[in-house]
Design a binder for this molecule. Structure first.
Ligand code: SAJ
Length: 401
């Protein structure tokens, strides 16, 4: 079986490599010629432990080749971005473009799968486009939606071992998709329809966003009530059936902070809790920036000089180098806007240099700072000793004090 993966990004490329590793001949397609060139040279354009060796292997064996245009295969996978537009409206134009690109190649018996996180009804919408252009294919090809749930940094293991939800346009389509994924997925493949599978992905991430919003709301209440929120949550979680997540400086990344809008955009009247959770998590980043700015003003009033401020962390979550959609980055920018940058030390131990921020070593910044704002709970920060001579704003539970 020949499989075509449209989109060689954080999900498409690892999935293409794993499929090729399991004996499937794979044609990888990306609109970025550099991605195509690097892939064919056995070089990763993303950071994922252990993946580059696997890429070199499948490229040298000829099981994976990349190009900018698709060619005739037996199965086609849409693994392209689904961002949202300015007004939080989902943008499925990349899925549409990828579908139009493979449309002329489709033949009877082929499998067409969307993996991209999509609003409910996208798979049916693409089927409509396909059958309008190619009416002879109606009922003759298999169409399904199969979301992924891998965690960046552990993609190889999770792509093989995570359970997956397979939602066919028809039961036959579900079975056909199961036949494909069972070639390399050891997790359980759960059968359903395409709308449920689309909603399942959105549900998983929206549920996490709501849970994080609850933790963040607790942190605002505890700040006002003079309660240590970390201690509170730790005690509440001693209850056998309570599992409250951790407050942070907001919610970042391309998933948890984005996917809930795919629901609220289509069901605004029904999705109040999901919408409020988004508001709370976005507000938390604003609240943290205000906290830092107020601490700077208080310091200046008390000490008659501007403070040195260490902003600890830019990444959107602990121990990674991904700054995309990062609340920490937003907070640093907001704090810098309010003052001349001279006394703001920016720290990100997982990035060597940044095109906007001058980076300082985390130990040096901690030593020099009068005010220290912990934004991302990177492991190296946890080696630092608490200093009572500094103003420490611990937004992400480094010291849990
Ligand atoms: N966060 C908190 N408190 C917590 C947990 C997370 O503030 O207790 C913040 C993080 O700092 C980060 C954001 O939430 O800013 C998202 O973090 P995450 O741990 O959810 O990581 P993601 O976005 O990389 O991965 C999520 C995962 N989804 C779920 O856990 C339900 C992953 O399995 C998905 O594959 C991924 O989204 C995705 O691609 O959809």
């Amino acid at each position: 079986m020949k499989a075509c993966f449209m989109g060689l990004g954080y999900i498409g490329l690892p999935t293409a490599i794993i499929a090729a590793k399991h004996g499937i001949e794979v044609k990888g397609v990306d609109i970025n010629p550099q991605v195509v060139e690097m892939t064919n040279a056995g070089k990763l354009h993303i950071i994922e432990p252990g993946l580059e060796d696997m890429l070199k292997e499948v490229v040298s064996s000829g099981m994976l080749t990349a190009s900018v245009a698709p060619e005739v295969c037996d199965a086609y996978f849409m693994v392209v971005p689904t961002p949202f537009k300015g007004n939080h409206e989902p943008d499925v134009s990349y899925v549409e473009a990828a579908t139009m690109a493979v449309l002329p190649l489709l033949k009877e018996g082929d499998l067409y799968v969307i993996e991209s996180t999509s609003p409910i009804g996208t798979t049916e919408g693409m089927a409509k486009i396909i059958f309008e252009e190619r009416p002879e294919l109606e009922g003759k090809i298999y169409i399904a939606y199969c979301p992924e749930r891998v965690l960046p940094g552990n993609v190889i293991y999770e792509l093989v071992h995570n359970d997956r939800v397979i939602g066919g346009l028809t039961p036959e389509s579900t079975e056909k998709a199961i036949g494909f994924y069972s070639q390399f997925v050891q997790g359980t493949l759960h059968r359903t329809n395409c709308r449920t599978a689309e909603m399942c992905k959105l549900t998983e991430n929206s549920s996490r966003d709501v849970q994080i919003a609850f933790a963040n709301e607790l942190s605002l209440i505890c700040d006002k009530a003079g309660i240590n929120v970390w201690e509170l949550i730790s005690l509440a979680n001693k209850h056998p059936r309570v599992n409250i997540l951790q407050p942070g400086c907001g919610v970042g990344g391309h998933c948890i902070a984005v996917d809930p809008y795919f629901i609220t955009a289509d069901f605004p009247a029904e999705s109040k809790l999901i919408a409020d959770a988004r508001e709370i998590n976005n507000y938390k980043a604003f609240w943290c920036a205000e906290k830092v700015k107020n601490a700077m003003l208080e310091f200046e009033l008390l000490n008659h000089r501007k403070p040195v401020v260490a902003m600890m962390g830019l990444a959107f979550k602990p121990n990674i180098d991904d700054l995309r959609e990062s609340p920490a980055k937003y907070i640093v920018t907001k704090v810098m806007q309010g003052c001349n940058n001279a006394n703001i030390l920016v720290v990100e131990p997982n990035v060597k240099e940044h095109h906007v921020f001058k980076l300082t070593d985390y130990r040096e910044a901690y030593e020099k700072a009068d005010i220290v704002a912990f934004l991302t709970a990177h492991d190296p920060f946890k080696t630092l000793e608490w200093r009572s001579d500094k103003v420490i704003l611990d937004f992400c539970g480094i010291f849990k004090r």
